[in-house]
Design a protein around this ligand. Structure first.
Ligand SMILES: C[S@@+](CC[C@H](N)C(=O)[O-])C[C@H]1O[C@@H](n2cnc3c(N)ncnc32)[C@H](O)[C@@H]1O
Length: 263
């Protein structure tokens, strides 16, 4: 049996309702409610990006958890995401920034990181939050070819990967309070399936509605796994050379590593 405890809990609480996609409109909104105050990777990426030149592209940028802080570098930022709702949230957050911060342009684009053509080159391309594993190996090949076409000479591609391989069957669960007027929490769970090659991510949003009735919404996403060495090999085959490997430190590190590659 390979059903995670949290998907069973979701089924019990919702009466068996099928989970929605984590990056659907409602899922994107929930993701942004728990990601908004998460500053992991930010410090390390900002430090690395200062050593690069030119415009910055963030792939799978979501609602701008990282893309908005990148504006502090004073260089134009472009964010691409497949979810229209994520891009709407990012644009809205940018539009609400003080005028002084909006002097640096941010372009928010709905697009697929496997196949995009922005018609320009970037000094740095970032794919953070382990989002490289949203794609399987053949989609990653397409992604790396698209990155290659968009990287300026001397540019750097930063990818966040796991420090160590994930064990089949291992689970991690977090309970996160959600901002907003109605008290709400998200239960986030991540289970590596028995095949060891895919992970099931489940997010339960739990609150009470205005009539005091329990309100549970469930979202899920299937994510692929690969070791950092496999990602190195795939990028090498795509023509990249690894030039940096930065372990994240501190409470928010979460066993992650940022790899930097050049052409
Ligand atoms: C884990 S979230 C990361 C968001 C953001 N980087 C952050 O740190 O908060 C993954 C994001 O990838 C986006 N996504 C999924 N598949 C994608 C694809 N093929 N191309 C572009 N974005 C994609 C989702 O819509 C979602 O916003």
């Amino acid at each position: 049996m390979n059903e995670s405890a949290s998907s069973r809990l979701a089924a019990i609480l919702t009466g068996g309702e099928a989970p929605a996609d984590l990056y659907s409109v409602e899922g994107s909104r929930l993701y942004e409610r728990f990601a908004e105050f998460d500053d992991s990777e930010q410090r390390e990426l900002l430090r690395r990006l200062t050593a690069t030149k030119g415009d910055i592209l963030e792939l799978a940028c979501g609602g701008g958890r990282l893309a908005l802080p990148f504006l502090a570098l004073g260089r134009p930022v472009v964010g691409i995401d497949l979810s229209e709702e994520m891009i709407r949230i990012l644009q809205d957050r940018y539009d609400r920034l003080p005028r002084s911060r909006r002097r640096v342009p941010l372009t928010a684009v709905v697009g697929d990181m496997r196949d995009f053509d922005l018609g320009r080159l970037f000094g740095a391309i970032v794919l953070a939050t382990t989002s490289v594993f949203l794609l399987d190996i053949s989609d990653r090949q397409q992604l790396f070819a698209a990155v290659r076409r968009h990287l300026a000479p001397g540019g750097m591609f930063f990818v966040t990967v796991y420090e160590s391989s994930l064990e089949a069957g291992s689970t991690s669960t977090r309970l996160v309070p959600l901002a907003g007027e109605v008290p709400a929490v998200a239960l986030l769970s991540d289970q590596v399936r028995e095949d060891g090659r895919t992970r099931e991510v489940t997010a339960l949003q739990i609150s009470r509605d205005g009539d005091g009735v329990l309100d549970v919404a469930t979202f899920s996403s299937v994510v692929h796994t690969a070791s950092k060495e496999e990602i190195d090999e795939e990028l090498e085959l795509a023509g990249f050379t690894r030039s940096e490997s930065i372990a994240l430190t501190g409470a928010d590190a979460g066993g992650l590593r940022i790899r930097g590659y050049s052409l």
